[in-house]
Design a protein. Structure first.
Length: 306
């Protein structure tokens, strides 16, 4: 295959680590594009930026990472912002501004956008991207499509899976320490809604993949040093998995074999372990200067700070 091309479609956000006093650019679709670029792929990001300082900050960091954002619109309103603290290396989310313009004024793909997206080998999006209504527009392209369902149960209901599953080739889901038989059942259930590959990550427990016929396993790779935080580790896993699998020849009319799946999972585990030893998702951190302005204020529910 020629140079692998990956498009991140949807969410971008500013992750504010209040315990460190540092904020970082991020977002699932952004992270996958940036990590794919670091792995040698050609990468681009297509999503909505707010017209505030946070939007300019995120876009600048993405472009400095070698990822093309030229088709991404800027819209009036706040960029997405979330507040986080780190406890024993694990993230704890304190609140967010509901994704800012990514959700309040989401991306709507026109014909030119669809033609642009069709030029990539893989298009990746997520449950936080606000693009579910746009996925059918990509159904006629030859590009493979991956989707991160994250860990929240509301993104794995039958109705949600019915809306997303038929339009994707690879589903990623964070399962946590789920017992093996329950893991098998959940991966098979997700696969029944359409995706040909379902990949479940389980943190220190490694990952499990279901290809419609068999299950494949990958242990977590040892950390290169101490655990800094888990921000972006799952995105790093997915990025390395898809880039390696695409290099092995994966495409719509070529189902990946067992050897390629095993190799891609091992490479993904190694890359994810490296990511867990760094701060933020892909660097570019800057000090938090005072409170978020009113337009981008982070909201908290009564239970968020507990």
């Amino acid at each position: 295959m020629s140079t692998v091309r990956v498009l991140g479609l949807g969410d971008n956000i500013v992750d504010r680590f209040v315990d460190r006093g540092v904020e970082y650019p991020g977002g699932n679709a952004v992270n996958v594009a940036v990590f794919s670029r670091r792995l040698g792929a050609e990468a681009a990001y297509l999503g909505v930026f707010g017209d505030d300082e946070h939007g300019r900050f995120v876009r600048g960091a993405i472009e400095e990472s070698g990822v093309n954002t030229s088709r991404s619109p800027v819209r009036p309103g706040p960029n997405g912002v979330t507040e986080i603290e780190t406890v024993d290396g694990e993230r704890r989310f304190l609140g967010w501004n509901e994704g800012g313009v990514t959700i309040s004024d989401p991306l709507v793909l026109d014909d030119d956008d669809v033609r642009y997206a069709a030029g990539f080998h893989l298009i990746h999006s997520s449950a936080y991207s606000g693009v579910v209504p746009e996925l059918p527009k990509l159904g006629g392209t030859r590009a493979l499509r991956s989707y991160d369902f994250s860990s929240e149960p509301e993104y794995r209901t039958s109705d949600y899976l019915d809306a997303v599953g038929p339009w994707i080739d690879l589903a990623l889901v964070s399962l946590g320490p789920l017992p093996r038989t329950e893991t098998w059942s959940e991966l098979r259930r997700i696969a029944s809604h359409g995706p040909s590959l379902v990949l479940g990550t389980q943190g220190a427990g490694g990952a499990v993949l279901f290809d419609g016929d068999a299950y494949y396993y990958s242990d977590a790779a040892p950390l290169p040093g101490s655990l800094i935080d888990t921000m972006g580790c799952g995105d790093a896993y997915l990025s390395a998995f898809v880039v390696e699998l695409l290099r092995s020849g994966w495409r719509r009319n070529a189902r990946p074999g067992g050897a390629a799946l095993h190799r891609s999972m091992r490479r993904a585990a190694q890359f994810a372990a490296q990511q867990c030893g760094v701060e933020g998702a892909f660097g570019h951190g800057r000090p938090i200067d005072g409170a978020v302005d009113a337009a981008g204020a982070v909201t908290r529910s009564a239970g968020d700070a507990g």
